[in-house]
Design a protein around this ligand. Sequence first.
Ligand code: ZN
Length: 366
Amino acid sequence: MKPILCDICTKETHKFYELKSFPVNIYQKNKNKFKKKKLKIFFCKFCNHISISKLKSEIILYKSYKKKNVSNKFNKLSKNDKKKNILEISKEKPIVQKGFKIDHKKIIKNDYLNITKKYNKIIINDCISNIYNIKKFFRKISDCLEQGGEIEILHHYGPGVIKNLNIDRVYFEHINNFSYKSLNFLINQYELTIKSFKLFENRNFFKAILIKKNLKFKNKILINKNFDLIKKSDIEKFINRINQITFKLKKDLGRITFKNKENNIYGYGASIGSVAIIKFLNLDKYINKLIDNFSELKFINLDKKIIKIEKKFHKNYDNLVIFNLAPRYKFLIKKKVFNNSDKKISYFELLPSYNLIKKMPKVFNK
Ligand SMILES: [Zn+2]
């Protein structure tokens, strides 16, 4: 078999995980239009890049892509930005912040290749992992950056997938999962250098500021170029932890569902990230409903079944079994689950560590 080469450094990569069948377009109900593929995860030992197998065309991924415009505290513009020419590149909708003039380009259909002006600030908002032709992309944006300008990148951090079991980030959209090393390696080829690099949310997200190389920027912030490197043992641990969670889950679930004939098994969180957790941990066969307080989606197609999405779980259902499918919102979800029901609940936290919390009806607690 031909070796798969790293998109970033062209060295040979190693496939370390595979999901036999993963939906390409979960929003598609129609059987003829719905697609699934084998999802493979590759690791490059040299630059620590994690990549996901590419589809022939990325267009199918974004056809029915619905994402609300989210601006968070990490990409708020400052007063100094008012004078700047700003370009934002994102999956779909731009950040809207009053008082700023921001041009916008999408990543789909190579929209970013149509940039005609130069900018002082380019924001690559929540989409660096999704860009299919990453080299063409950096060549173009490097050309469009004014001397003295900055490129701001904000996205999830590749090593977090392995070290924090951040598998809700693993799906066909996220083909490039950058490490500090792979980002640095790539941008160096396009006259860019890293000015600052920060990790946050348990090292699952990063924010990088890039500047032109020939600016002779004196790097005052000491960046350890080897931080968060992934070793072979981290990959082994990753696989073991997933196997362990799947095993415990099956055992515990067997106990609960055996005793009670009627089980209302919910997944809390309905997004493509939730689908990733379902697929990694083999939850397809158990879950019969999904809850999401914010999702605009009505259903998710998991291939073997289409699961309906509800805004809330039914308060009067007894024997509720709930899986947390949005680890990022752990505390919020736990509160929602336990504050809303007096019935018997078995609540599973799956990631990054496994935890089963059982609650008996109030009447027994007294
Ligand atoms: Zn590489």
